[in-house]
Ligand binder design. Structure first.
Ligand SMILES: *Cc1c(COP(=O)(O)O)cnc(C)c1O
Length: 371
């Protein structure tokens, strides 16, 4: 873009000239979708890259979430977080499942395991936590609770591409994990998504559900949907895999510089992101603004930055529980969600993407320091 506006993100794209041969191959193949050669190749490459056994590609992350709930036949009530992108809860709504909101943890903004048990009822069938900003949830404790109560765990891992915990992909926790490859994410296939599962049978069921429920040419065993990734997305995704490590290295450098420049600014704090057992992907750079200590509010800072053409985003404000569809539910009340309510008032995500320049980061930090 030719203007000087700096947005919270900008998609990282591979060199165009390297994509042309892929396009030529697609034109030669005349196979555009329905498990084509690029789809088959990319699905394998991606599972290898991520360190997972079974992965199924999707046209976007939301359809992957909706299909994941169908795959495990989840019904009744599902415990989830209000501090996420709205698609998390919408996927429950599209399955006629009642979301039950539980508060988040103070230090990492993920679903608080200590508050899950009190929200379990005879109708509860699953927990849907989110690895917010790519920070792994307290997966051990969530699994322990799920095992005690016989619940399924479906992670919305839309932010957690490539994240590892104890040397293992965080996507291997829970029954299923859902990824998004939307243009705004760390790794994109323009639009796209995936479900990671733990066994072959479940993968077969997911693959059938994303293709109308077809088992073979003449047998439709249930009402599936159309959520297939097409050949252009898959080819683009395959090429992107060669670059994504470099994207994450750049993000890490940007994160370090932001921290160096903003450490010591009264009233500005960072999310905890230096656990020694975690490999992060630096998907976002959220800061928290304490109005009393910083002198002005998060919203004032947000607007001040906009005057300088810097467009941070208040992820996740408003909370999902404050949208009209969900607002009336008992679990959506602010006094049930005190931490999430406070964090949503104080959070702002600063621009972060591989091509963000050092001078731009310095400019952003000067504005924050000199408010
Ligand atoms: C981006 C995102 C989604 C939705 O993914 P799409 O690919 O855009 O449909 C779901 N959950 C979270 C937490 C997200 O950030």
């Amino acid at each position: 873009m030719s203007d000087n506006k700096i947005y919270v993100t900008q998609p990282a794209m591979p060199p165009l000239e390297e994509f042309i041969p892929y396009l030529e191959q697609i034109w030669n193949n005349k196979w555009l979708t329905n498990n084509g050669p690029f789809h088959q190749q990319f699905e394998k490459e991606l599972a290898d890259y991520l360190g997972v056994k079974y992965l199924s590609l999707f046209s976007n992350g939301t359809l992957a979430l909706i299909t994941a709930l169908q795959a495990l036949r989840i019904t009744g009530e599902v415990i989830t977080t209000p501090f996420s992108f709205v698609a998390t809860t919408h996927s429950l709504w599209w399955n006629n499942i009642k979301p039950v909101f539980v508060d988040i943890e103070e230090n990492c903004y993920n679903l608080d395991p200590a508050k899950i048990e009190a929200a379990i009822t005879p109708q509860t069938t699953a927990i849907m936590p989110v690895h917010v900003y790519g920070n792994p949830c307290n997966v051990e404790e969530i699994q322990r609770i799920a095992d005690v109560y016989g619940l399924r765990v479906i992670y919305d891992a839309a932010h957690a591409f490539g994240v590892k915990k104890g040397g293992q992909s965080v996507l291997n926790w829970g029954d299923l994990s859902i990824l998004s490859f939307h243009a705004t994410k760390v790794y994109n296939t323009i639009e796209g998504g995936a479900i990671v599962c733990q066994d072959e049978k479940t993968k077969q069921r997911i693959d059938l559900l994303k293709n109308f429920g077809f088992r073979n040419e003449v047998t439709v065993i249930e009402p599936g949907i159309n959520a297939k990734m097409n050949e252009l997305q898959a080819a683009y995704g395959s090429l992107q895999l060669k670059y994504v490590d470099g994207y994450i290295v750049k993000r890490k450098e940007i994160t370090s510089l932001y921290k160096e420049l903003l450490t010591g600014v009264a009233g500005i704090s960072f999310i905890e992101d230096s656990r020694s057992d975690v490999e992060y992907n630096y998907a976002y750079f959220p800061i928290r603004v304490n109005t009393a200590e910083y002198g002005i509010s998060r919203d004032d800072l947000y607007l001040k930055m906009q005057e300088h053409d810097i467009f941070g985003r208040r992820y996740f404000y408003p909370l999902i529980s404050d949208f009209p569809t969900y607002k009336g539910m008992p679990s959506a009340k602010a006094d049930n969600l005190p931490v999430a309510t406070q964090v949503a008032k104080e959070i702002i995500c600063l621009p972060i993407y591989p091509h963000l320049e050092e001078s731009e980061i310095r400019k952003i930090c000067d504005i924050i320091r000199n408010k």
